[in-house]
Ligand binder design. Sequence first.
Ligand code: SF4
Length: 81
Amino acid sequence: MHIVVHKAKCQGHARCWAQAPNIFKLDDEGYVLPGDINVAQEDELLASRAVRSCPESALEIDRTSAARFEPAEMQPRAGEA
Ligand code: SF4
């Protein structure tokens, strides 16, 4: 699972961190750090709860991202199907 961080929406409530401090990192003022987050399978439930707890919708679950991170050698080359 992959979490998209919409940093501009973050208002520094720290609710995500309160739910999952090992997944969500905050700056000194309590705002989530920029950069999308890859979540290990065993942490997905916790991460989902944290995403839902954000009152600003600053966090978004992207379950399709695994395909985007597929190693280049696994993806078809131009001209292949
Ligand atoms: S809960 Fe939402 S608004 Fe609060 S720090 Fe986390 S991402 Fe930002």
